[in-house]
Write a protein that binds this ligand. Structure first.
Ligand code: GDP
Ligand code: MG
Length: 302
């Protein structure tokens, strides 16, 4: 299955709901009336786009519709896709050029960090990169075991310590192993106990200092994993994490499990953090680099 096909399949629920809403709003109407705009805005808000972002989108849609004299449902869809693609693009590039480069994945429990790391490892390995994983979520033994399973699946190496070990020490050892073995890319898992904010902040701070010291000139991404099915909660988590860590991008997981894929728009527009990867299923190749145009098309059926 190709990337695009997986994306289209993964966003089916959202498309049925959001693209379907455009069809419904336009049914039997020859003009883009106020009522049509209102139902489109409502559909965006229902899809977790967020009030302010939805208003902005509708505003831009109005301008476009006026200029291009749009009257049909397909015309509205096309215009909507263009507006949304515009809003979503910018900053999604991931440059992992230095040898090694490093990705830290952060986020609360259950959002899909470990799973996404397994998928990322497979993705970069397929590009010919030598990848090494660091099991720096040392809070539970199960977390370490889970990453080991993913490492095996992806066919990459892993560095781990025992449960309860210092996460920064795991990151340190992973970096040393990565350097010694000529790895192209180091990806580290972390624990995400946001309810113990001070602790988490200290833990992440220590990890950053290790990376700064050991890999000062390396390309670095700090990717915050968010669960798309949690809607506004995901947005709130991003706000919290933005305060305690320098987040360079977002991995938005479980888009296949929600009809509210509009949350991507909310995140990009409200938080000004680019979505860099999206998870559209549980299989190893169900993580993809984010492409604004393709995403917009898959979301509205453009
Ligand atoms: P962590 O606690 O943040 O490391 O989260 P995990 O990686 O353990 O994932 C939690 C659950 O979410 C697991 O059951 C994963 O299979 C599931 N999951 C992760 N990403 C996706 C996704 O893109 N789609 C679906 N449907 N499930 C996902
Ligand atoms: Mg985990």
């Amino acid at each position: 299955m190709g990337l695009l096909h997986r994306l289209t399949k993964g966003l089916k629920k959202s498309r049925d709901s959001m693209g379907g809403a455009i069809d419904a709003a336009m049914e039997g109407s020859e003009e883009l009336t106020e009522e049509v705009y209102e139902s489109l805005e409502e559909a965006l808000i229902m899809g977790d786009t967020g009030m302010q972002t939805a208003e902005e989108i509708i505003g831009q849609l109005r301008e476009r519709a006026k200029k291009q004299k749009i009257k049909s449902a397909s015309g509205v869809k096309e215009a909507m896709c263009a507006v949304v693609a515009d809003l979503l693009s910018g900053g999604e590039e991931v440059d992992m050029i230095t040898m090694p480069a490093i990705i830290l994945v952060i986020g609360v429990n259950g959002v899909g960090k470990t799973t996404s790391i397994g998928k990322l490892a497979a993705l970069y390995k397929a590009e010919g990169k030598k990848v090494i994983l660091g099991a720096a979520d040392t809070f539970r033994a199960a977390a370490i075991e889970q990453l080991e399973i993913w490492a095996e699946r992806a066919g990459v190496e892993i560095v781990k310590h025992k449960e309860g070990a210092d996460p920064a020490a795991v990151v340190f050892d992973t970096i040393q192993a990565g350097k010694a073995r000529g790895a192209d890319l180091i990806i580290c898992d972390t624990a995400g106990r946001l309810h113990n904010k001070k602790n988490l902040m200290e833990e992440l701070g220590k990890i950053y200092r290790i990376v700064d010291r050991e890999l000062p000139y390396s390309d670095r991404e700090v990717l915050l994993a968010l669960d798309a099915t949690t809607g506004q909660n995901a947005v709130n988590q991003a706000k919290e994490f933005k305060q305690i860590a320098e987040v360079t991008g977002i991995i938005l997981t479980k888009l296949d499990g929600t009809a509210k894929g509009g949350v991507v728009l909310n995140i990009k527009n409200e938080l000004q953090i680019p979505v860099k990867f999206i998870g559209v299923g549980e299989q190893i190749d169900d993580l993809q680099p984010f492409n604004a145009r393709e995403f917009a098309d898959a979301l509205f059926g453009g």
